[in-house]
Structures are given as C-alpha cells and as structure tokens.
Ligand binder design. Structure first.
Ligand SMILES: Cc1cc2nc3c(=O)[nH]c(=O)nc-3n(C[C@H](O)[C@H](O)[C@H](O)COP(=O)(O)O)c2cc1C
Length: 207
C-alpha cells in the first residue's frame, strides 16, 4: 500500500503554533495509511530583530519549499495571526508558488488549517478564512474541523482557542499563556480526523 503524504507546515515566532503542529503530527501519524512529516516556513526576519522580539529558538524541522510541496498529497497549515491574516513568512512561501499554480501542481490536494492568536478576538476565525483565498486559487480542497465530536469548541467555562475551521491557541499579549490542555485535545482530534479524511479520499481515488 502506498501511503498518502501529509505535510504539517507551520510558522512560529514564540512556539505556540509549533506546539499545536507537533501534537497534530503525532496524532495524524497514528493513521497507518498516511505518512506524516512536519515542516516549518522559512524565517524572513534577521537575528537582531528576532532577538528584540524575544523569539523562541527555531525547531529542528526542515524548511518547506514550493518544490517540496508538490510531493505532498495533503497539507495542514499552522498560522500564527498577523492582523487577522497570515504572517509575511507564509506569504513569501505562497508568492513563490506561481509556477506551481500555472501548472496546477497543487490542484486537488487536500488542505486544512490551525491558528494561533494573542487574544480571544484577535483572528481565530479570520486567519483561517483569509488563508482560504490562497487555497482556493491553487484548487486545494479545504477540509474544516467542524463542530461534530469537538465539545471543547462550545466550552463556556474557560477561554479555548479553535473554531469550526480548525484548532487554535492563544498566546496572551506578552506570549506567556501556554497552549491549554483543551486546545491540545482539539489539535489532536483535528490531526486524527484530517488523517482519516486524507486516507479515505486517496483510497477512493485509487479505486
Ligand atoms: C506584527 C504582529 C501582528 C499581530 N497581530 C495580531 C492580531 O491581529 N491578533 C492577535 O490576536 N494577535 C496578533 N499578533 C500576535 C501573534 O499572532 C501571536 O503572538 C502568535 O500567534 C503566537 O504564536 P507563536 O508563538 O507560534 O508565534 C501579532 C503579532 C505580530 C508580531
């Protein structure tokens, strides 16, 4: 059996999106029809600026390139918000995909998203929604999380990141808030469900 390739692709300055990415990868990798790997988006800021921002050290995950994206069957993108939409680092990646777009090389692959914001109303939903235009132009088929079997999304007892679009976390204004247990559970659930969808989709396409 040829496994479908699922790429978890994230950018993270302070580690919140990375934490969700690692949880999603771990859970998705339990699906034996899917080969899951984790990638980070290249940094565009120099080390002096990153130091001033008190950015976290980068993880040891490989840097994604447009060329490498062609090898995937599905993507789940981890997006820390910038003013309600994707950070420039992600935009630089997408802006280098013109050749892939022209040849339809990402067309028909599956895509999902998860996000990080500093505040509750800082873009949990808009960050996913504004990302969709790029996915649509590439013909990437968007797979939302939905609400079914995700009770934490309607929890009113504490602040919980995430939405119908995908998992999410909140960092707090100074970055000190940690990814909560419920947010991690949502992320794991999304990893499991998205891997299942990817496996089912490619199994049917091969029939
Ligand atoms: C330039 C800039 C713009 C930002 N805009 C927003 C925003 O509109 N809403 C929000 O909640 N957080 C905003 N943030 C905070 C980041 O989204 C937050 O720190 C990030 O999601 C934390 O994830 P990370 O630890 O993976 O980097 C912004 C951060 C920067 C540097």
């Amino acid at each position: 059996m040829t496994k479908s390739k699922l790429y978890v692709i994230y950018y993270s300055t302070w580690g919140h999106a990375r934490k969700l990415a690692e949880a999603i990868k771990e859970e998705a990798a339990k699906n034996d029809e899917v080969d899951v790997s984790i990638w980070q988006v290249a940094e565009t800021l120099d080390s002096e600026i990153l130091n001033k921002m008190h950015a976290a050290p980068k993880a040891d995950h490989p840097i994604i390139t447009p060329h490498e994206m062609v090898n995937a069957d599905a993507f789940i993108f981890g997006i820390p918000t910038r003013y309600g939409n994707m950070p420039a680092q992600f935009k630089v990646l997408w802006d280098a995909t013109g050749q892939l777009w022209a040849k339809g090389q990402l067309h028909g692959k599956l895509g999902a998203t998860f996000v990080s914001t500093s505040s509750q109303h800082g873009g949990q939903e808009t960050t996913a929604l504004t990302f969709l235009t790029t996915l649509a132009h590439h013909g990437i088929i968007y797979v939302p999380l939905g609400y079914f079997n995700v009770p934490h999304l309607t929890d009113m007892t504490e602040i919980v990141g995430g939405s119908a679009y995908g998992a999410g976390t909140l960092s707090g204004g100074d970055g000190s808030r940690k990814v909560s247990a419920k947010e991690l559970e949502i992320a794991r659930h999304q990893g499991q469900e998205f891997a299942k969808t990817v496996a089912q989709y490619y199994r049917k396409r091969k029939d």
